[in-house]
Design a protein around this ligand. Sequence first.
Ligand code: NAD
Length: 413
Amino acid sequence: MENLTLAEKGKKRVDFDRKEMPVLSQIKEEWAEEKPLEGKKVSCCLHITTETAVLMETLIAGGAEVRLCPSNPLSTQDDVVAYLNDIGITTYGKRGDSEEEFYQNIIKCLEIKPQVMIDDGCDMTTYYLNEIEEDFPGFIGVCEETTTGIIRLRAMENDGALPFAAVDVNGSQIKHLFDNYYGTGQSTITGLMAATNRMIAGTDFVVVGYGFCGEGVARDAAGLNARVHVVDAEPVKSLRACMDGFNALDMDEAAEIGDIFVTATGNKHVIDGEHLAKMKDGAILANSGHFNVEINLDWLSDNAVTSETVNENVMKYELEDGRELYVLAEGRLVNLCAGQGHPASVMDMSFAGQALSARWLFDNQGELTNKVYQVPTEIDNEVASIKLSSKGMKYQQLTEAQIDYLNSWEEGT
Ligand SMILES: NC(=O)c1ccc[n+]([C@@H]2O[C@H](COP(=O)([O-])OP(=O)(O)OC[C@H]3O[C@@H](n4cnc5c(N)ncnc54)[C@H](O)[C@@H]3O)[C@@H](O)[C@H]2O)c1
């Protein structure tokens, strides 16, 4: 690929991944005929990857005016930015943007005064709410991609501070059961391996957070023959980890055991100074939760006698007693910042959910109140059916008699 321009390189990679995205491709084809988003404006704040490019093409095919900026300063794929701008889809950002540039990109994206936002982690949403004084004319609401963003939106809803409708795309079955579980599982391991090329087999591998993402990471680490240990803050999740064959423990104990640590909690400082202080020499730390707050990096900076980059995406911190700890991708999402992010096949479903949810907001404009909505079941079923048939598989259709039976209470023993 040496003689290609950045945009040509991006195009080749997007074309390659589009093959794995039959659901979004079908929606794009249908929308190109129907134009359901004609004259509508959508601003998107998402990780800029090949799959995001296919979502943007779909929204454009539907007739929308679209702008895109990154939802994380380290996950941006510059060739995809070049490709999208080359085909006329206004896209901002570059890998390694400063915090100031990150917010400048959001501001530029919002200049079109969208009616709908598609957000990942809620940074665009909170910027609109806190920093922009006017209400955009005809603003309807936001579709949110990830667990962390939904936590923020629900907190706003509970405080009566949510001034528009929001769709919990993360909560849809076609998203969290596949993207968080299989997608984060596989891509976290590949991101970790890309950054370190370390052997996973035979290591003591600590997963912090046994939600949908953590379960996937634990499953895939175990698949590579690691001894997996799980730390979770809920007894039920910890018991599940135990029944799944893993060692459930708390962070104090795990800190002394682990060779590799992956956090996926959506919470702050789940690996804190007191844990870092007793880790083994050579321990590797990575995060797959949305923000770079899960590992207390300030403690490391304050307590390290030296720190240096030893490999792309690997920062070594040397502590006073000579122990060395390695942090991957500055504690940001390791799968996206040190790897290529989720496989296209799984993003096909998440982004089909985003496209259909954005349309649902437009179609239901006027009937919506200021709350967080679940993705309608019909969208889950539509996406899953197309995906299943693209794999040449089927599901069982119920007979009328069976539907009646399942809805009745009279029949018993
Ligand atoms: N890397 C990615 O590409 C990707 C993809 C999807 C979601 N995410 C992000 O990953 C994070 C987790 O998402 P999820 O869907 O698994 O959430 P989840 O709510 O299903 O699971 C989070 C788990 O963390 C546990 N937890 C909270 N505080 C903890 C602590 N101090 N110690 C140990 N465990 C603790 C909770 O009990 C819960 O079981 C979120 O920030 C989400 O936005 C990342």
